[in-house]
Design a protein around this ligand. Structure first.
Ligand code: NAD
Length: 313
């Protein structure tokens, strides 16, 4: 039998997406949530998405949608949910106290071999796991929304995490087709959000200072920088944009420092600039569920197309 992986909490965006990722990898998945209704809705959502993906030829894995669905079961009893699991992926809301409560409940019922992994976007492992009896088995596996279409997973160990837990988590993520990266130590924002916030903050300042409009700012990324970032990172970009890194530094070192020294302070992300950006974005995509939902669907279609292209390259 396929070893059981387990996703805590279901109705959630991330929980459902993880369930699909693990089922596509052939793992049995038990979805646990406090509310039965959440689980019923979650299963309906997963079924609908899998069927659509199968029809359009984008279902991941080698099994049919029906077979993948058969691997997923739901449960509102934590003890029963954890039974037989080798890997537990927690996906409750981003709230430190709630997550700490969940992990301390799990700590009481798991054995010494299961891996306890959190989807947290920004809570540090030392905040989440310190003091747990099974701290050596705890780790953060931070996905990117939606993990089914964007494969990166940031693996962030607690200082006491056993290195074999990091390795096993890395191997599991590879096995289910994700693209894991390992952080050697925890840091606020991990790596993805640190890079993202660096970009957001300079975008905010440029719009705030009236250098460029909000919509044009986004075009700089979507039709400029972003085009290559889907294939090569910023460091390889340097390497290729000159005759190697050393040559790039020789040529652009002073220029980069000059520009970077003109960057302003951390923005407040409020007030007039917020209103200006909100107005521009809302003209493009009204901030109501119907329009946001349609745009997200379009984004996911683009990501599917991009994933397909990346596979061919
Ligand atoms: P969500 O609000 O969509 O889902 C949370 C789920 O947790 C709900 O189904 C809810 O019923 C359930 N829940 C609440 N209290 C519970 C409890 N005590 N026990 C069991 N289940 C409980 O949230 P989400 O967007 O799926 O985010 C989940 C986690 O993933 C967060 O830590 C978030 O930071 C992280 N994450 C989110 C994104 C994103 O873009 N949404 C990206 C990466 C990581």
């Amino acid at each position: 039998a396929a070893p059981a992986a387990l996703t805590l909490t279901a109705g959630g965006l991330i929980g459902c997406s993880w369930a699909m990722v693990f089922a596509a990898g052939g793992f049995k998945v038990k979805l646990y949530d406090i509310a039965q209704q959440q689980l019923t809705t979650a299963l309906e959502n997963v079924r609908k998405q899998m069927k659509e993906l199968e029809e359009s030829g984008f279902l991941k894995g080698t099994l049919s949608a029906e077979k993948q669905l058969a691997l997923i079961s739901v449960c509102t009893d934590m003890k029963a949910a954890v039974e037989g699991a080798t890997f537990i992926q927690e996906c409750t809301p981003e709230n430190l106290e709630l997550k700490k409560m969940i992990f301390s409940q799990l700590d009481l019922i798991v054995d010494d071999s299961v891996i306890l992994s959190s989807s947290t976007s920004c809570l540090l492992p030392s905040k989440l796991f310190t003091g747990l009896k099974h701290v050596k088995q705890c780790i953060v596996s931070h996905p990117v929304n939606p993990p089914y279409f964007v494969p990166l997973v940031e693996i962030v160990p607690h200082p006491e995490t056993d290195p074999s837990v990091t390795e096993k988590t890395y191997a599991l993520m590879k096995k289910v087709g994700q693209s894991p990266v390992k952080l050697n130590r925890e840091i606020e924002g991990f790596v993805l959000n640190r890079l993202q916030y660096a970009v957001i903050s300079e975008a905010w300042r440029l719009v705030g200072e009236g250098v460029i409009s909000p919509t044009d700012l986004d075009v700089v990324m979507s039709d400029g920088l972003g085009m290559r970032y889907a294939f090569i990172g910023p460091l390889e970009t340097m390497h290729l944009n000159a005759e190697g890194i050393s040559n790039y530094c020789e040529r652009y070192r002073e220029g980069m420092k000059l520009v970077l020294n003109t960057f302003g302070p951390v923005p407040e992300f409020s007030g007039e600039i917020e209103q200006k950006i909100n107005q521009a974005m809302s003209e493009k995509v009204p901030a109501v569920p119907k329009h946001l939902g349609a745009r997200r669907e379009w984004r996911d279609d683009c990501l599917i197309g991009l994933a397909k292209l990346k596979k061919q390259m």
